[in-house]
Design a protein around this ligand. Sequence first.
Ligand SMILES: Cc1cc2nc3c(=O)[nH]c(=O)nc-3n(C[C@H](O)[C@H](O)[C@H](O)COP(=O)(O)OP(=O)(O)OC[C@H]3O[C@@H](n4cnc5c(N)ncnc54)[C@H](O)[C@@H]3O)c2cc1C
Length: 466
Amino acid sequence: MTAAHRRFDYDLAIIGGGSAGYAAARTAAGDGLKTVLIEGGEEVGGLCILRGCMPTKALLYAAEVMHLASHPGPWGIVAKQVSFDFAQVMARKDRLVKEFADDRRQQLLGGKFEFRRATARFADPHTLKLSTGEKLTAANFIIATGSAIAPSPLPQLDSVGCLNSDTALKLSRLPKSLIVLGGGPVAIEFAQFFARFGVRVTLIQRSAHVLHELDEDATSELEKVFRREGIAVYTGTKLIDARRLGAGKEVMFEHTGKAVRVHAEELFFALGRIPNIASLGLEQIGVQVEYTRIATDTRMRTNVPHIYAAGDCTGLHEIVHIAVQQGEIAAHNIAHPDQMKNMDYRLLTEVIFTDPQIATVGLTENKAHVRNIPYVAASYPFSDHGKSLIMEAKDGFVKLLADPMTGEIIGGGCVGPVGGELIHEIIAAMSKHTTVHELAAMPHYHPTLAEIWTYPGEELAQRIRL
Ligand SMILES: Cc1cc2nc3c(=O)[nH]c(=O)nc-3n(C[C@H](O)[C@H](O)[C@H](O)COP(=O)(O)OP(=O)(O)OC[C@H]3O[C@@H](n4cnc5c(N)ncnc54)[C@H](O)[C@@H]3O)c2cc1C
């Protein structure tokens, strides 16, 4: 393949050095392609490390420690006047992010592929123009430019000014009160983080529930916990206006047919992200954009045969392991055009790192209804499970969905303690097409959180007689 492309500087040029771009470069170089990766961000590391998964989970874990320390009563422990040092909480997060970013920088500079610091745009279908003024040519391309915070649906929000997931990570002091706009993962993770550090939080969500794509039993459970922890949750709303009011900010919205005004020191904008592709010059080279995302097939090919895309810029799933897998598949398919691989979303997993955590794999009941897929489902609550009672972690439940004819597990959900860890048993089971009968018969150590899966497993095994 390389010989056929000698007229180009590289076999493959990758734009963007985040999770998708790095995974693609590592795979391509391993497969012998002469590869260059171009990264244009102010810092090296990508969204997950610098402003996404890692800093937010570091803060959420601190919030969980704070919550447990302030509510030790159930275990007979007395802790008076639990307090915190916000500067130290943030400094720990910054230290971790620096460590992760340093590791990534070393991987990028490891010499297996060329690493360039510049922003890139297409000059023609085989040429990139870099912000350094250079041009480079390649036989193939992978676009992995990630996503950016979505524009505001209400111009007033821009003039009033809002925190977002980038700026909130740089706060040097906490606001006294906060209005969170949105009900997706970023909105609810930050809402709980702020609330557990003593900020008075109001959350305003347009849909009937937070995390509106998930099953209602899961989202209602989380809303119940949020309200119990003092977060004011408004769902089914329509934003009308926002303005500055005194030293704070006010938001007006419709809720149950009435106009409501809420006031807080700060606003937090979490109304989504969009693919970051505006400045790539895609229109000149004919790469098809669907709505706001780069359209790809399951082999991660765009409509232009030598141009692939991976990660958040392809828009459908903003999940880091999916970005990695897409980057690997794109690079593999460029290196091995006769043995192409496809992305398979059967095991699509999502985790939301609130407390209780929410995790799903495969089908939810909502998805099964929309796709008209027959299923049987069974749930079991943590309020009736030995280990969770020991831990006083009684919110939530696990749920299994199975094929009514074969008993194969086709979906799993967990709202509960360490749900993001527990879901991996079902990911492993589903990857091997395990049935509920097999899951129920599998040994589970007692008393563990994991053994809770056997209850819906047993119930479904009894209902599905083979
Ligand atoms: C607050 C928050 C929390 C999150 N938490 C989680 C989580 O817990 N778990 C999870 O799975 N996912 C999480 N995500 C999502 C996850 O971070 C993303 O899905 C993932 O990082 C996307 O990787 P990527 O490679 O597609 O994009 P990115 O990591 O954004 O990489 C794109 C790179 O391209 C560079 N670039 C852009 N344009 C150009 C150009 N023209 N030229 C050169 N370089 C360019 C950018 O500088 C950037 O480094 C979170 C996201 C946010 C915002």
